[in-house]
Design a protein around this ligand. Structure first.
Ligand SMILES: Cc1ncc(COP(=O)(O)O)c(C=O)c1O
Length: 370
């Protein structure tokens, strides 16, 4: 089976995990801080706080921003459900914004109409590793005094105007789930320029404990959102080769762009001007759901995995019932969900795999339905 993606754990990381397990120091040792420092250097930002997963990164950020009951937070209508869930978990209300189909990121044209006196923040998701239009989002947020939070779960190493995803706004939130370009099994990170906020986030991830030069105090009702040492030990060696991995992702995306361009009824991702994507996921959009399903079946018949890329969140049961979503609302999010397909991309693939996958897609697109 050719998988959508495959974690690449270097040999040295396996030894480092064994060393951690052997040391008996499974939490709060040297590895969490080491991986944080290496991420700070890679992203060129002052503060990184590792947490247990990407959802925890979003949840802690929203809580630290004081967001809760009575507040509204704008989120894309098409992404992973964790984004809206994190808002729900604070007691605030997620306000959905439709996406643009060229890159599956938030459609900035629909933002203004969604802002009310209750709006506190916008979560800009860099979907599939393609940069959201931060210039426009930040400009609008400044106009209305809103926070912007970057969800860079899929975008570690992506850039806009040569600046790395996650470093533009109040915080940047990352995930190290196995589908991501760098994985610690489960894992996440928050980055911020604000040292005071970073200190609060550190306390919040660790039961509200503040360690002031060895003097322990409980300063808030926090969570246990810590990353373990053996998870953190998986990070630095993958970070060492991350830029090479991203270059390979971009090379493979270019091959797909060449082999799949010009097929009637098939649309390829188009990153924003002056941005560089990581292609965490290579996502195709079809004009017809039946063609998408035909391509999915044809790939499966050849042992190739493919899947929907993300969800039209307001149309999922919980959100649909709670907020009475109209069936026709968020047409672009619906289109991406009903007619989109993620296909394999990653360092586990060879050029022949990309050619093989592309020719199956091409054939399935031109085959008449039987
Ligand atoms: C855009 C986005 N945000 C948040 C998350 C949540 O991350 P995690 O699974 O590490 O909690 C994901 C996970 O896939 C994601 O894709």
């Amino acid at each position: 089976m050719i998988r959508l993606s495959r974690p690449q754990i270097p040999e040295i990381a396996l030894q480092q995990v064994l060393d951690v397990l052997d040391s008996g120091m499974l939490v709060q040792g040297k590895w969490v801080r080491r991986f944080e420092q290496e991420l700070e250097a890679y992203l060129d930002i002052e503060n990184c706080i590792l947490v247990s997963n990407g959802t925890a990164a979003l949840h802690l950020t929203l809580l630290a921003a004081g967001i809760g009951s009575g507040d509204e937070v704008i989120v894309p209508a098409y992404t992973f459900t964790a984004v809206a869930n994190a808002v729900e978990l604070t007691g605030a209300r997620p306000i959905f914004a439709d996406i643009q189909l060229s890159d599956c990121c938030i459609d900035t044209l629909c933002l203004s109409a969604l802002i009310t006196p209750a709006t506190k923040a916008i979560i800009a998701v860099h979907e599939f590793g393609l940069m959201a239009d931060l210039d426009k989002i930040i400009e609008l947020a400044q106009l209305h005094n809103l926070l912007v939070i970057e969800d860079a779960a899929c975008a570690l190493g992506a850039t806009l105007h040569n600046k790395k995803a996650g470093t533009f706004t109040y915080t940047g939130c990352f995930s190290f789930h196995p589908r991501k370009i760098l994985t610690t099994g489960e894992g996440g990170a928050i980055v911020t320029k604000d040292a005071k906020l970073a200190n609060h986030l550190r306390n919040m991830r660790n039961h509200g404990i503040e360690n002031n030069h060895g003097k322990i105090d409980f300063v808030c009702a926090g969570y246990n959102y810590r990353m373990t040492e053996f998870q953190a030990a998986l990070g630095p060696s993958q970070l060492d080769t991350l830029d090479e991995t991203i270059i390979e992702h971009r090379r493979q995306a270019t091959i797909y762009q060449t082999l799949l361009s010009g097929i009637t009824g098939l649309h390829l991702p188009r990153p924003l001007k002056d941005s560089e994507a990581t292609y965490q996921t290579f996502h195709l959009l079809f004009d017809q759901a039946s063609k998408r399903d035909g391509v999915k079946s044809a790939l499966l018949a050849e042992g190739i995995e493919s899947n929907i890329g993300a969800y039209a969140i307001p149309h999922l049961s919980y959100y649909k019932e709670k907020y009475a979503t109209d069936d026709n609302a968020f047409p672009a999010a619906q289109a991406a969900f009903q007619r989109g397909l993620a296909i394999p991309l990653g360092v586990h693939l060879q050029n022949e795999d990309l050619s093989h996958i592309s020719s199956i897609i091409q054939k399935a697109m031109t085959d008449e339905p039987s």
